[in-house]
Design a protein around this ligand. Structure first.
Ligand code: HEM
Length: 520
């Protein structure tokens, strides 16, 4: 009898124990997202493929819109729906708004001293404030209009040299324009001024190229220190040293100029930045950074910010233009014709064929074209990597501390449960009366349209990026007949941004407009 009672007692205790453990597990841990099997050491690295947003999209179709992968030693959470994007970029933004440390960024951007890859610190906050006041405010955008106008004149001149039907490397031409505009806005020099800027464009493009190569040191650190496949680390160190020398000379020349002849100092972003970093006395408009750089660290913080603004702007905006042009050339008889007519209507009676920035607000179809191109082809297709230092739950799944977050903006932009004819290029959807007339990049809603991200880490340069990209598209469409022998190949390639694998090389012909002179 005592034996039986003992047995019953043990049985009850065991059942209670298991129930208690399961309840605790649920309470503490929740479930884990289902995902593919991980390989030893590399985890799921081999599944990322050459175009990661497409590989992750396929995985999400099989395993669900919340995926947990292992890239070497680093856990990666991937979300692929607008509602999940809202959960991580709005509801849990305070947790996921950090950035992971990345080998390339640590080296090229001086231990992540710019805002883009900085953790959420008071310095990040004050840098964002600096950008908002001195780089991308409506006042700054208007103030730098003249630079974009002059550079557009020279781009149009350059392209007109090819208008006897010669083919032109459109990406090169656009990216040179972006770089020249931004270097002039930032530090008043043209990027292609060889005397002052040396090999800047070449080194800049080399570094953009290296950025796309996954670094072993990021995922398998113990191997990464010893092995350098393809000599990529060596190449990175060489190009970083070249870029550092160019940046150092720009900053040093400016400091010399300020000390020898303060009255001739350009009022550009570099001057405000030197004040912000406490390198020169501040004037009334500039607030100093909270932890102003000690002199021992020289000009590093300044160089990091200048370089990151060039990197954040050039490839993304160039990609936006290239995708818009590729889609327009794929829809010649519809979208392209409609856009030509809209611009012609606005340009009627104008003396020149150069479309100026003030006209952009009168071109709603152009805005719809740019939105549609960015919906289908967001240049940062997975945004930039976010990072949580704390454990949390997303959609009921346990996410451990130190997990990287990727938001698949590309997949969300094509989600058929949210967008009508999701894979079709239909700018009309964004026009008044269209199915998505109220969807915009701004604000804390519309997580289905994510080309600029959302939340704390959302892109501060959205308005400037849209102005620059729209201006180039409007001028290309209005001034030239662009012909391609075949419909453009829309295959993608991951470069520093999501780009066309085969850049456009259209044949150019001048378009003649009655009553207008060509821009000089
Ligand atoms: C069409 C052009 C552009 C696109 C598509 C774009 C897109 C993006 C995206 C997706 C992010 C990351 C958002 C996230 O991680 O959640 C970002 C961040 C950023 N962008 Fe842009 N961008 C563009 C133009 C610009 C311009 C012109 C500037 C110049 C000021 C700029 C400055 C930045 C900065 C500083 C960040 C980092 C913000 C932070 O981490 O706090 N971007 N951009």
């Amino acid at each position: 009898m005592p034996l039986i009672e003992d047995w019953k007692l043990w049985f009850c205790a065991a059942v209670l124990g298991v129930a208690f453990a399961v309840r605790n597990l649920r309470k503490k841990g929740g479930r884990k997202p289902v995902g593919p099997l991980a390989l030893p050491f590399i985890g799921h690295l081999h599944l990322m493929g050459p175009v990661p947003h497409r590989s992750l999209y396929k995985l999400s179709q099989r395993y669900g819109k919340v995926l947990l992968l292992q890239l070497g030693c680093r856990p990666l959470l991937v979300v692929s729906s607008a509602s999940l994007a809202e959960e991580v970029l709005k509801i849990q933004d305070h947790l996921f708004a950090h950035r992971p440390r990345i080998h390339f960024v640590e080296l090229v951007f001086y231990r992540s001293r710019g805002a883009v890859f900085m953790e959420l610190t008071p310095r990040w906050k004050s840098l964002r404030k600096f950008y908002a006041q001195h780089v991308v405010s409506p006042h700054c955008i208007v103030a730098s209009k003249g630079i974009r106008h002059e550079e557009m004149q020279s781009l149009l001149r350059r392209l007109r040299l090819c208008t006897s039907g010669g083919s032109v490397d459109l990406r090169n031409a656009i990216s040179d324009w972006m770089l020249n505009v931004m270097t002039r806005v930032l530090f008043s020099e043209r990027a292609d001024d060889r005397d002052k800027m040396l090999d800047f464009p070449e080194v800049f493009h080399e570094l953009s190229d290296i950025f796309t190569v996954p670094m072993l040191a990021d995922f398998i650190p113990y191997l990464g220190a010893a092995v350098d496949p393809g000599g990529i680390q060596k190449r990175l160190l060489r190009e970083q040293a070249r870029m550092d020398a160019i940046m150092e000379s720009i900053v040093c020349k400016r400091l010399e100029q300020i000390s020898s002849d303060p009255s001739s100092t350009p009022k550009d972003v570099l001057t405000s930045l030197l004040q912000f970093e406490g390198r020169i006395p501040k004037n009334d408009g500039v607030q100093e950074a909270p932890n102003t750089t000690p002199d021992s660290e020289g000009n590093e913080a300044v160089k990091a910010v200048v370089l990151e603004l060039l990197a954040a702007t050039t490839d993304t905006t160039t990609a936006a233009v290239e995708w818009a042009m590729a889609e327009l050339l794929s829809h010649k008889d519809t979208a392209l014709e409609k856009l030509k007519l809209e611009i012609e209507g606005c340009m009627e009676g104008k003396e020149t064929s150069q479309v100026n920035e003030e006209l952009l607000c009168r071109l709603p179809y152009l805005e719809a074209v740019m939105k549609e191109a960015l919906r289908l082809h967001p240049p940062a297709s997975l945004l930039l990597p976010h990072f949580t230092k704390e454990a949390t739950k997303v959609a009921g799944c346990t996410i451990q501390a130190n997990t990287i977050l990727a938001v698949n903006a590309w997949a969300i932009g094509r989600d058929e449960s949210v967008w009508k004819e999701a894979n079709q290029f239909k700018p009309e959807r964004f026009l008044p009366g269209g199915s998505d007339a109220n969807i915009s990049f701004e604000g804390h809603t519309n997580f289905q349209l994510l080309a600029f991200g959302k939340g704390r880490r959302g892109c501060p340069g959205r308005s400037l990026g849209m102005v620059m990209a729209s201006l180039v598209v409007a001028n290309l469409v209005h001034n030239f007949e662009l012909r391609t022998s075949q419909t453009p190949d829309l295959t993608e390639k991951m470069c520093a941004a999501n780009m066309l694998a085969n850049p456009l090389h259209p044949n150019l012909y001048s378009r003649q407009h009655p009553c207008t002179k060509t821009a000089t």
